[in-house]
Design a protein around this ligand. Structure first.
Ligand SMILES: Cc1cc2nc3c(=O)[nH]c(=O)nc-3n(C[C@H](O)[C@H](O)[C@H](O)COP(=O)(O)O)c2cc1C
Length: 329
């Protein structure tokens, strides 16, 4: 399938694996890229720019296809060495960067001057337009259903994607709630040039996370995510568990008086214990409503091949037949 995104990024299929803290290591990024999509290493999971350089080199040993690095600008306790991470990306010969969290203007010149394509991931039409105006090559539009940080507007993709299509000139990718060939065809119909998936890629053979995490996603339904940190205006969609219910209880109790410190134990620094050790109740971890559509643990190649063949069948058979049926009347 050829879209503006496959052309821009030099990939076979319009399927991207979004950056994910403690999930987006070289193993997953390389597996997605080898299967014809775009894999993405999560920059800030690497503790220093030198570590990121090593991770990029490891990924290059595993694939000769394009892959990307995610640079997230989120409120963190101490500000990371962003110029150092940018240097590691440029020196590593990476061709695509996914930015997220806030306006990426300051990192555009050093990245784009070397030919790197920048996709800014954001959750609203106004932020997408801002990204376009500062020169981003594409945007990834994250709807309310997404795992991670959906923003504060609560607009689901059924509305957000056609709104983005009406306003944007640069290509955009549908992110949040994407799982299969149906998602891809629907997103293309709404104007997107491809899909970005997070949660679905965690439930794959190559995702370098503990089996408990994968099993939790397969066991979850679309009813099992919760929104935390809403009173702090840092809303995150997570899978419910004992820690999440404790956070929500504190949020109800303290209401607008809540401070980050009140929930810090359940949200800060918990990812290594969850993702690596499979200690599922120690804290909150991002997960999308799309868990309700995830029932198996394929390899990345099986998943991507299946999405593409399902999408082709829907277009060639179901949609095509609907049109021929109407013209026969
Ligand atoms: C466990 C997990 C960790 C994530 N970490 C990040 C991150 O560090 N930076 C980022 O930009 N997005 C992050 N995301 C968001 C994903 O890149 C992607 O936008 C989102 O998962 C799409 O929604 P979906 O889960 O419904 O596919 C994370 C998502 C998950 C599920």
């Amino acid at each position: 399938m050829k879209t503006r995104i496959t052309e821009l990024l030099g990939i076979a299929h319009p399927i991207i694996q979004g950056g994910m803290h403690y999930v987006g290591f070289a193993e997953l990024a390389a597996a997605v890229s080898n299967a014809g999509g775009l894999g993405i290493i999560t920059g800030l999971t690497q503790k220093t720019p030198a570590d990121l350089g090593n991770e990029i080199a490891r990924c290059k040993d595993m694939t000769d296809k394009p892959f990307g690095v995610n640079l997230t600008f989120l409120p963190t306790v101490t500000s990371p060495d962003y110029p150092g991470y940018v240097r590691a990306i440029v020196d590593g010969g990476v061709t695509v960067v996914e930015t997220a969290g806030r306006n990426p203007q300051e990192v555009l010149p050093p990245l784009q001057d070397t030919g790197i394509k920048v996709i800014h991931k954001c959750t609203s039409v106004r932020h997408s337009l801002k990204a376009q105006s500062i020169g981003c090559d594409a945007v990834s539009v994250d709807g309310f259903e997404c795992g991670g940080h959906p923003g504060e507007d609560d607009i689901p993709n059924m509305i957000l994607l056609p709104r983005a299509a009406d306003e944007l000139e640069i290509p955009f990718i549908a992110s949040g709630g994407q799982a299969d060939g149906r998602s891809l065809v629907a997103s293309l119909a709404l104007g997107a040039e491809g899909i970005n998936m997070g949660t679905r890629f965690i439930a794959t053979q190559e995702a370098p996370v503990h089996e408990n995490v994968k099993r939790a996603i397969v066991a979850a339904s679309e009813l099992d995510t919760r929104l935390i940190m809403r009173p702090l205006r840092n809303t995150e969609r997570v899978l419910t568990n004992a820690a999440v219910e404790r956070i929500l209880e504190k949020e109800r109790e303290l209401n607008s008086n809540i401070q980050f410190e009140d929930i810090v134990e359940e949200v800060a620094g918990v990812y290594p214990r969850i993702m690596k050790e499979g200690d599922m109740d120690v804290g909150a971890w991002s997960c999308g409503m799309v868990a309700g559509l995830i029932h198996d643990l394929p390899t990345c190649r099986e998943l991507i091949d299946r999405i593409m063949s399902e999408a082709e069948t829907i277009i060639d058979t179901r949609l095509h037949d609907l049109l021929s049926a109407s013209s026969a009347v």
